[in-house]
Design a protein around this ligand. Structure first.
Ligand SMILES: Nc1nc2c(c(=O)[nH]1)N[C@H]1C(S)=C(S)[C@@H](COP(=O)(O)OP(=O)(O)OC[C@H]3O[C@@H](n4cnc5c(=O)[nH]c(N)nc54)[C@H](O)[C@@H]3O)O[C@H]1N2
Ligand SMILES: Nc1nc2c(c(=O)[nH]1)N[C@H]1C(S)=C(S)[C@@H](COP(=O)(O)OP(=O)(O)OC[C@H]3O[C@@H](n4cnc5c(=O)[nH]c(N)nc54)[C@H](O)[C@@H]3O)O[C@H]1N2
Ligand code: SF4
Ligand SMILES: [Mo]
Length: 695
């Protein structure tokens, strides 16, 4: 048999690169970038090759498991579904429907079968305790979009292919390949800005891989970006640099808010000199087009919501929203924005039981999950369903959650691995994944720097007896809502994609898309105002009340004169090109080589503490302590230290031998569940107070 070629989009990160997979029978010979993909143009990163490792990994689960006194035993699917739903119903009958919680993790958005069927299960559970990785990631983006543009999913995307000036705050796309900005081959797109005479500037507490390719980099004290953005807006108005578009309202209120935030007022807190701030704004406003873009580092701070609001406002008042080279909105082929008007426009309809934090978009902050399990009383969480998530390693104070999960009456995990989270499960329901599933990027086609679309067919058949995630969700949902009969047959939810395509902007069908093996380019982003705005008057709200209301908290923080106490350093996190959150470390090709789970520290901070390179140090925070080797580097801002996220595999019961051999420590054993953006509910990962000592 000769080798064959299969084309699909990589579903591991937001860049959705086109892949060319050479295979024979069940064997993968090579995974390459698809040069004929008009969007990714042959780009690929090392993670895509590890799709082969996931496919072949003997530790990947394919059939359901039940925990018994004798350890894990296999169980038939139907029996597992029956037992689980009976237990869920019994718990809900005794303790109320919110006693069962659900957590959905990151791959949910990288897997259309899960995405389309998982929400049905959430609804069927009729619980207020819905959690997801979104509150450890990007809730502030949704909050700002909801308040300013009328819909939380109407997210502005930096038009980096045409901009003349790209200001990046709290994002490291050279390592992460971009986020809320689907831009495969971001390195060449960045270089193209410079080649056409433009400029890239990075603001980050670390001199990152992206900073190394940029024209300028400024260190910022973690968690102070709101002050910087206020000062940047101050300079725009004080120097008359604004280019006000006619669609914006609330500018007078915004002017009043920023009036006293001179660069001089914030230079000490932010660590960025007043003259640098003025220069930055003058350069930005002088560029023919410019865009400020802020990602995870900007969202995962105490003022994440305010930051994303001010960032959008900066693009608006400099005349850079909804124009070429600025921040733009997509016209995706399946436009779920239009079909879901109002669905997500929900805030504070209920609050978390223990801390009283507001719900947003139907979910509660994941930072409260452990306390909702551990705190006794009416409404306590007794059971948890997780899907595509590893919250023990990915949410703040993960160690507390690790302990809390062990106390649950029922835990069900839809997951492909026995890992740090799923080891606590009573049942693991593993779906087919990766190369075995059909996939349509509902989310990332809508967050892309060009309008693009493609459908990926499965390459291999799922293994004998395996189920797709949507089959699992539908089987559970049907039983919970009472629709289940002996002749129940799950329905492939991708028919919804066909409907979405037919009614969408381009009026195409799934069949036409299936013919386009390399994906389809639907052109550059184009202006979308006012028709795409979903605010009542089709205006952009520059001073929405929930966000301006949060300014009291910002002012209080600016005035706080807290000096170094027990914890005298600020911890931030990093991503590495070869990591994918917490779950791909069982691929030898990704983890081999130099230990990446190290603490980065500035030479002066190290010298003060008598620490030398490669010393193992103890890092302590309010919630925990870990020991790791140190790398001393001037890439760190003084006073700031940095750990990667997604490590910490050395726990009993985990069945990931390669990962355990490269275990590292979990940064979330140090991050604090009590530190969060109380407005949006997003976790804080940038600037967690810690102490570091030579052990
Ligand atoms: N300190 C700190 N913490 C962070 C971050 C940080 O920067 N710093 N980043 C945050 C961000 S941005 C995110 S998105 C979250 C991620 O948080 P999570 O989503 O909780 O964690 P992941 O590591 O992505 O775990 C993915 C899980 O999905 C499983 N999986 C993989 N493919 C499939 C599939 O096809 N089907 C099913 N059912 N399961 C699958 C994997 O085995 C794994 O258990 O972490 C957050 N946590
Ligand atoms: N290789 C790889 N790629 C990934 C992932 C992965 O784990 N590995 N994860 C994927 C996921 S789920 C996501 S959400 C995206 C995230 O994509 P990015 O947002 O690009 O994520 P990070 O690389 O974490 O970049 C965040 C940056 O913020 C900086 N930072 C921290 N605190 C602050 C602060 O207070 N202010 C400022 N200005 N900067 C700060 C950090 O130093 C870091 O450089 O990446 C995706 N892609
Ligand atoms: S950049 Fe992301 S989408 Fe592209 S090959 Fe790497 S993991 Fe896959
Ligand atoms: Mo994320």
């Amino acid at each position: 048999m000769s080798h064959q070629l299969h084309y699909r989009a990589c579903n591991l990160c937001e860049a959705i690169c086109g892949l060319e997979i050479e295979y024979q029978g069940q064997e993968i010979m090579a995974i390459r970038g698809d040069k004929n993909d008009p969007f990714s143009r042959g780009h690929i990163c090392p993670k895509a090759v590890a799709l082969k490792d996931i496919y072949e990994d003997p530790n990947r689960l394919k059939l359901p498991l039940k925990k018994t006194n004798e350890g894990w035993q296999s169980i038939a699917w139907e029996q597992a579904f029956d037992e689980i739903t009976q237990k869920i119903k019994a718990i809900q009958a005794q303790h109320g429907s919110s006693a069962v919680a659900m957590y959905a993790g990151n791959p949910s958005v990288h897997n259309s079968g899960t995405f389309l069927a998982g929400t049905d299960l959430m609804r069927a559970l009729k619980t207020k305790n819905i959690f997801s990785a979104t509150s450890a990631d990007q809730l502030p983006h949704h909050f700002a979009s909801w308040q300013m543009f009328g819909h939380p999913m109407l997210l502005p995307i930096p038009d980096i292919d045409r901009t003349d000036y790209w200001l990046i705050m709290g994002g490291n796309p050279i390592a992460s390949n971009g986020s809320i900005m689907t831009a495969p081959d971001v390195a060449n797109r960045l270089k193209a800005i410079q080649q056409r005479g433009g400029k890239v500037v990075v603001i980050d507490p670390r001199f990152t891989e992206t900073a190394a390719k940029a024209d300028a980099h400024h260190f910022i004290v973690p968690g102070t970006d709101a002050f910087l953005l206020l000062a940047m807006l101050h300079v725009v108005f004080a120097e008359g640099l604004e280019k006000m578009p006619d669609y914006a309202v609330g500018v007078e209120t915004l002017k009043e808010i920023v009036a006293d935030f001179s660069p001089e007022l914030v230079e000490k807190q932010t660590g960025i000199a007043a003259k640098t701030i003025r220069h930055l704004v003058r350069e930005f406003t002088a560029a023919p087009s410019a865009v400020v873009y802020g990602r995870v580092g900007l969202s995962t701070q105490a003022f994440g919501g305010v930051c994303q609001w001010l960032l959008n406002a900066f693009n608006v008042v400099t005349g850079n929203l909804d124009r070429e080279g600025g921040a733009m909105f997509t016209h995706p082929a399946v436009d779920f924005l239009m079909t879901q008007k109002g669905i997500y426009n929900k805030y504070n309809r209920h609050q978390s039981r223990v801390r009283g934090l507001p719900e947003f978009m139907g979910e509660l902050p994941v930072s409260v999950l452990a306390e909702e399990i551990l705190t006794e009383g009416d409404g306590q969480i007794k059971a948890l369903v997780t899907s595509c998530g590893n919250p023990v390693l990915s949410t703040p104070n993960g160690r507390q959650l690790d302990e809390a999960l062990e106390t649950l009456e029922l835990m069900v995990c839809v997951d492909i691995y026995l890992n740090e989270t799923t080891r606590h499960a009573h049942y693991i329901l593993p779906p087919a994944t990766g190369l075995e599933v059909a996939h349509y990027d509902l989310t990332f086609n809508a967050l892309s720097v060009r309008n693009v679309t493609r459908f990926s067919e499965p390459l291999f058949e799922k293994s004998a007896g395996a189920k797709f995630d949507w089959e699992i969700f539908q089987a559970l949902t049907a039983r919970l809502v009472g629709d289940y009969t002996a002749d129940f047959v799950p329905q492939d939810p991708h028919s919804k994609v066909d409907v979405g395509l037919r009614f969408g902007t381009y009026k195409m069908t799934l069949d036409t898309l299936r013919q386009a093996r390399h994906g389809m380019d639907l052109g550059p982003l184009r202006p979308a105002f006012p028709e795409r705005l979903l605010t009542a008057n089709k205006t952009v709200e520059l001073a929405p009340s929930l966000l301006t209301g949060d300014m009291a908290r910002v002012r209080e923080a600016l005035q706080s004169t807290q000096t170094a106490d027990e914890f005298d350093l600020l911890l931030i996190n990093r991503r590495h090109l070869r990591d994918n959150n917490s779950w791909m470390h069982n691929a030898e090709r990704l983890v081999k080589g130099r230990n990446r789970c190290t603490l980065l520290m500035h030479p002066r901070d190290a010298a003060q503490r008598g620490i030398k390179s490669n010393d193992t140090v103890q890092i302590r925070s309010r919630v925990g302590q870990v020991a790791v080797p140190v790398e001393i580097t001037e890439d760190m801002m003084e006073g700031v230290v940095c750990l990667p996220h997604g490590y910490g595999h050395d726990r009993t019961g985990v069945r990931l031998p390669v990962a355990q051999a490269h275990a590292g420590v979990s940064v979330n054993d140090l991050t604090d569940d009590l530190l969060l953006d109380s407005l949006t509910g997003n976790a804080v990962f940038g600037g967690v107070p810690v102490r570091v000592a030579f052990s």
